[in-house]
Design a protein around this ligand. Sequence first.
Ligand SMILES: Nc1ncnc2c1ncn2[C@@H]1O[C@H](COP(=O)(O)OP(=O)(O)OP(=O)(O)O)[C@@H](O)[C@H]1O
Length: 581
Amino acid sequence: MQRAAGGGALWRLRGALRPHRRALALNAGLAAASMLAGILLPLLARRLLDDHALRGDTDGLPLIAALTVLCAGGEAVLIALRRVTGPATALAVEETMRHRLVGRVLSQPAAFHDRHTPAVLATRIVSDLALLRRFVSFGLPFLIINSLTVVVVVVLLLWLCWPLGLLVVAATVPPAVLARRWEHSSREVTRQVQRDGETFADLLDESIQGVDTIQAFGRRDDFTARLEKAADRLRRSQRERARLWTALSTLVEGCPSAVLVTLIGAGVAAVWAGAVTVGTLVAVLTLWLFLLWPVQSLGGLMNQLQQADAAAERVSELLHRPPVPAPPPAFRPAPPPSSRPAPPSSGPARVGSRGAELVLDQVWFRYPPAGPDPPTGPAVLTGMDLRVAAGERVTVVGAAGSGKSTLAALLTGLYEPSGGRILIDGTDLRHLPTARRADVVAPVPEHPGLFAGTIRDNVRLGRPEADDAEVTEALRAAQAFFVHELRHGLDEPLTEAGLSLSGGQRRRLALARAFLCRPRLLVLDDPLVGLDPRTAQQVGAAVSERLGDTTVLWLTRHRPPAASPGRVVRLHSGHIDGGSR
Ligand SMILES: Nc1ncnc2c1ncn2[C@@H]1O[C@H](COP(=O)(O)OP(=O)(O)OP(=O)(O)O)[C@@H](O)[C@H]1O
C-alpha cells in the first residue's frame, strides 16, 4: 500500500533511536534554544530603535544592549554545542543500527542469502546507514528547527503587524505547496534511483568476483557493456530526479527575493502612514530574514527526507525480519565434547565423539523462489527416507545435481525441509539452537568458507576455546600437514576467503575445522574433490579410523576410495534407494 506521506519507514526505525533518546533530546533542546535566542534579537532591536535611539532616551539602554549581547553570544554558544553533540549522536545511532543490522543479516537462513546478494547487503549496511546518519545529524534537526522557526516567526509577525504578517504567511504558502507536490512526484523516482543503484552494485560485484573467468574467456568488452548499460539506467533515473529537484529549488529560492521587495515597499508605506514604527518595520524585515533559510532549505530537506525514508525502508526490511526462532525448552543437546580431555598427541590422532542417530523421515524440499512469485521449480528432495545408526558411516552416492549439497544444507539447518522431518537422536533438527548446532552436526561443505585471519582462527571457528594441541591434532587427522610448512604455521595469515591457499588445502582446513568440533554427526559434501589420490586415500582412512563413534554421512558423486565409510546408498530422483534399512 502506498503511504500518504514520506517518513513512514523512518518512523519504523524509532526503536534504534530509543537508546539515544537523552542525547537526541539534548540536541533538540540546544537547537530550540539557539533558535529562540536568535529570534529575540529583532525584538530587542525594535525596542532599541523605537524606545531609545529614535527618542534619544538613554534610560534602560544598557539593559537592552546587555540583553542583545547575551542573546547573540548565547545563540553562538548554543549553535557551537549543537555542532559538537549532533554528529556524535548521529554516529552513535548509526553504530546501534549497524550492530543490529549485521546481527540480523548474519542470523538469516540460507534462503534469505539466496535472494540478497552480498553487494546489496553491503550497500544497505554501509551506504543506507550513512544516509540515515546524515539525516539524523542534519536533516532531522533542521526539519524540526525550521518548522519551529516558521511557527514562532509567523506568530510574532502577526503580533507585531498583522497585515505584514499575513503578507509573509501568503508568501510561504506556495513554496510549501510546491515542496509537498515535489515530494509526491519524486518519491517513485527516488526509489528507482536506489533500485538501479542496487542492480549496478550487483553486476559490479559479480563481474569483479568472476574477473578470472571473464578474462580467460576474453569477455571483458561484453561485461563492460553490461555494466555501462546498468550505469546508464542509473544515470537516467538520477537525471530525472535532478530535473525535478532543479524545478523545485529554482522556484523556492526565487520566491523570497520577490517577497522581500514587496515587504519593504508595503512596510515603508505603512511607516509613512504612521501605521507601524520604524522599529517594528526593522523587526518585521529581520524576522522575514529568519524565515529565508527555512523556506529556501525546504526542498533540500524534503530531498534528504525522501532519500532517508527510502534507505530506512530497505534497512527496516532487514531489521524487522523475524529473529532466529528460539528452541523449545525441552531440547537438551548432549554436553559439548570439549569437556573431555584431548587425546595424547602421539600415535594416530583421534578426533571423534559419541555418534548421533540420524533419521530422515519423508523429507521433501523445494528451493524458495528468488522473487515474490510462488515456487515453480521442481522439488529437489521428494520424500527422502534414511536411517543412520549412531556411530555408523554411510556414503550417499548421487550424480551431479541430484541434491547432495541440498541434503547437506538441510542437515546443517541452512534450510528447513518443505515437508517431513530430520531427527537427530529423535529430536527434530528445527529445534536445535543455532549456537549448539556445531556441537552436534559439523559440515564440510563443497565450497568451504574461509575468512581473513590466521589458520588457527579459521580452524577454531566452531570451537574458539580449543588449544593449539587440539588444533594441531585436528590438522593431522585432516592430513593438513602443509600448515607446518607455512612460514608462520598456525599463525599464517590468510588473505580474504583463503585465496592464498589451493582448493585442496582449503578443503583440508575445512575438514580439520569440522574434526575439531568433534561433532556427533559429520556431514562431508564431496570432501575429496581437489585432492590428489594419495591424500584422498589418507583423508578417507582418517574419516574411517580416527573419528571414534562419530556418525558420518559422506555425500559424493563417485564411490570414495577403498578406505571410505561403509554402507553405500544411492541418491536418485530426490530420494534414497533403500534408505531405511
Ligand atoms: N540456491 C538454490 N536455489 C535454487 N535451486 C538450487 C539452489 N541450489 C541448488 N539448486 C538446484 O537443486 C538441485 C540440486 O543441487 P545440488 O547442488 O544439491 O546438487 P549436487 O548433487 O550437490 O550437485 P553437485 O554434485 O554438482 O555439487 C539442482 O537442480 C540445482 O539447480
